[in-house]
Design a protein around this ligand. Structure first.
Ligand code: 3PY
Ligand code: MG
Length: 254
């Protein structure tokens, strides 16, 4: 059986770096699986990607030895069930603002007794190169459960959220967090309210022995966030890389 080595890395206190796949084509996920990123998050929140494209992407990423994650559109039993049952190794849940939001995530993502995930399917077991019975017996030790902290309310409730058993990591969404604080959405700023929120989340994650994560715009920021104590770091996205490289390629002296 394949192991979720991103979850293992985080549990060992190491840093794991990945990116976001927003372009709705499994070939993009397959190509990025040949880069040094540990994990790829298939974006279902802000992209046109369908469940079918996501499932094909999870299969290709897993077959190429990387860890497929899914960011779901909204915290719901249906969304969590479908991405895990079609073979994602973990779920990234946006807008987790309260303890009951976090409890609902764990209930949907973990099999009993830790949660109440429904039994069924075959694709999850295939991606882990095992049979369903083994998957059902071991999935709670493999599935990475990530809650996003991306509102002022979530920062206020961060201890209530991160103390829920069954959560592996939190992940700051800096754009939504800036917006929620009344600021212009960006990956990073020096605004005191943003800096204070980031520090509060990082400290709470340490207290509750949960890995802290954040989305950044470039490798330099990834290095700084890692040095600060962030372990789960997303660098930009497929579309960002494409547009950045395309715009750079058009800087030609004619
Ligand atoms: C945000 O910045 O709000 C995000 O969700 C990044 O993933
Ligand atoms: Mg967000």
């Amino acid at each position: 059986m394949i192991k979720n080595n991103v979850r293992a890395k985080l549990q060992r206190g190491e840093t794991s770096v990945g990116t976001w796949v927003t372009i709705p084509d499994p070939m993009v996920a397959g190509m990025l699986s040949r880069t040094p990123f540990d994990w790829l998050t298939i974006e279902l929140e802000h992209s046109p990607t369908t469940m079918e494209t996501a499932a094909l992407s999870f299969a290709l990423i897993a077959a190429r030895g990387k860890v497929p994650l899914a960011r779901i559109p909204i915290n719901s039993v249906e969304n969590i069930k479908r991405v895990l049952d079609t073979g994602a190794f973990g779920v990234v849940v946006p807008m987790v603002n309260t303890r009951s939001d976090a409890e609902a995530v764990v209930m949907a993502a973990r099999y009993a007794p830790e949660g109440a995930r429904s039994i069924g399917g075959l694709f999850h077991a295939h991606n882990f190169a095992t049979d369903p019975a083994t998957y059902y017996a071991t999935a709670n030790d493999q599935i990475l459960v990530v809650v996003m902290i991306e509102t002022a309310q979530a920062v206020t409730n961060v201890d209530d959220i991160l103390s829920v058993p069954g959560i592996d990591a939190c992940f700051i969404g800096p754009n939504d967090l800036h917006k929620s604080l009344g600021l212009t959405p960006v990956f990073e700023s020096d605004h005191p309210a943003f800096l204070r929120s980031v520090d509060l989340v990082l400290a709470a994650a340490k207290r509750h022995k949960v890995a802290a994560g954040i989305h950044v715009g470039d490798p330099e920021a990834a290095g700084r966030r890692s040095a600060q104590g962030f372990q789960l770091i997303a660098v930009a996205s497929d579309a960002g890389f494409l547009m950045g490289a395309a715009n750079a390629a058009t800087q030609i002296d004619l």
